[in-house]
Design a protein around this ligand. Sequence first.
Ligand code: DGY
Length: 324
Amino acid sequence: MPRVHVTRPIAEEALSLLRSEADVTVGPGDRESSRQELLDLVRPADGLLVVGHPKIDGELMDTAASLKMIANFGVGVDHIDVAAATARKIWVSNTAGSLTETTAELAWALILATTRRIAEGDRLVRAGEWKGFGPFFFLGTELPGKVLGVVGAGRIGQAVARKARTFGMSAVYWSRTPKPELEDATGASPRELEVLLRESDIVVLTVSLTKDTQHLIGAPQLALMKPTSYLVNIARGPVVDEAALAAALLEKRIAGAGLDVYEKEPEVHPDLLRCPGAVLVPHIGSATIETRRRMSLLAAQNCLSGIRGQVPLLALNGHIPRRA
Ligand code: DGY
């Protein structure tokens, strides 16, 4: 029987599906395996189902002589060296499409939480510091008439932009390629990144992390944003220079930020923790019961296809010759 290693527990239904065709080992539930543990667990595997963000590089692939398939539980694969996998004739897949609306919802939760100061208000009430209603007390910012700037117009970026009209906002977007379908569906228009940053009241980052998008938003880009604007990051932490963002927030050069992802997860830059206008949540973009079930099943199906020698539904490395 082929062997599959799943790096963290996923939905039981998906583990049963894998067990119907493979011997399955599952990593710890409460933490990521150490590098050495992972190397040992992957060594006999034909398939690897990656949950979380352990580094999956050429060295790890070389320890597993019969590895044919790396199925990622999630969309972003910046922790997986796809080129190294392709060179070794190993398929890599993700779960694109299973978490689009859920992650877009989190972007809007962060937009509303920052503009209406939800987390800050909650802290104030719990601390017993609320003295009662006041006409100028705890004012936020309204959304109708404002401009939403979406950076990255893949599935998730498009889903974020589609919801703009619900809140009476117009949308602009930045993408490497024009997205006529987005323009038709939402009226969003394309912008150069610098123009988008200057124009937008809310900037939402949805780009994949690559060497080109590392620190895409740093001090020079933050300086283009309006002092009344907000930044939301649901992409990957290293897309933003966290120290520069914390400085911009503390010096009130922008009004607030909503972050789901961080440069060195699970660490958060200490200066961000001091920013009252920052709403910080722990990488929960796809964390709903329904979505995690869909992701589990999709990752398991991809994994089984790969170990059977079939092209996985959501293969990321095109057609590669079948591994002997
Ligand atoms: C994703 O799907 O990319 C999530 O952030 C989990 O990695």
